[in-house]
Design a protein around this ligand. Sequence first.
Ligand code: CP3
Length: 335
Amino acid sequence: MRQAGRYLAEYRDTRAKAGSFMGLATNTDFATEVTLQPIDRYGLDAAILFSDILTVPDAMGLGLSFVNGEGPKFERHVRDEASVALLKVPDMDKLRYVFDAVTSIRKALNGRVPLIGFTGSPWTLACYMVEGGSSSDYRAVKSLMYQRPDLMHQILSVNAEAVAAYLNAQIAAGAQAVMIFDSWGGVLADGAFQEFSLAYTKQVLEKTTRTHEGQTIPRIVFTKGGGQWLGDMTALNCDVLGVDWTVNLQRARALVGDRFALQGNLDPMVLFADPASVAKQARRVLDDFGQPHTGTGCGATHIFNLGHGINQHTPPENVATLVETVHEYSRQMRR
Ligand code: CP3
């Protein structure tokens, strides 16, 4: 959804061989192959593990499948006292296939670019667990949150612990940075966001390993629709804040200061325009952030990224234009 995916013919071929999304994700060789496909094609600066945020609730026993054209579906959902009481942190051995993929990808990359591991945030995972799949109105998860906040907190506590263990195992297997996707944090009301999303992302960060084999593991927190809470997010113990396209990077930079790098924030729909417009919009994002820092280490720098997943109908050649423009223009800016 971020780099790999159905917009690439080579991905569709490997997926057909694997038979299903989970067949692809649970096979070390296939997962390695599709992780490297966009790296080989575009010369991107980092790889992101091929897996999904929903592997964790699947390992909790909820029964994940991806029905063609319908998105993710769980066999069981979590909506009442009885199903919440059954929830527990899964045995990380059930997710061994993810950690094996991390190790295999690191080997295949052989130092070409760093590998980013990832997870869903406790809140974003809870959305899928309560709804039983994707949702347009978040009716079930919000009903539970407003009516039985105690049950909601119970789900989120289990998720926070599970997700931290999941990231730690990815780091132990060789992930060189980790990203937390709070893709649905932005559907919450002010107040609810801080209580049901941010507080648990904070817990995850507190429980996540800071270094591995002498290297600091940078942590990225991306909240789609979270621009108005960037001030609250500066309380997080992470290195990078990911933002979507509704955020002005110059103002965000002024707000977060030197403590955080910013990641983002091109609207993925820009990729449906003609190449000249794609290039123009990419330069606009870089200009919005402005001159990056020239020193070493973390700090007020910018990591170019999309503001959300890549659409399956995206023309692949426009991604080539995007990557070339970002490389060329950002090098020019750093001179
Ligand atoms: O390169 C990569 O894309 C890395 C792997 C990756 C996937 N999903 C693979 C995937 C990552 C980082 C994700 C994250 C993810 N998964 C998010 C966060 C997205 C963001 O930017 O905020 C979310 C919300 C999910 C849950 C999920 N997985 C949904 C809603 C869907 C269906 C989407 C669709 O377009 O149908 C998926 C499936 C999925 N995960 C695909 C990929 C490549 C496409 C499905 C397929 O091949 O059948």
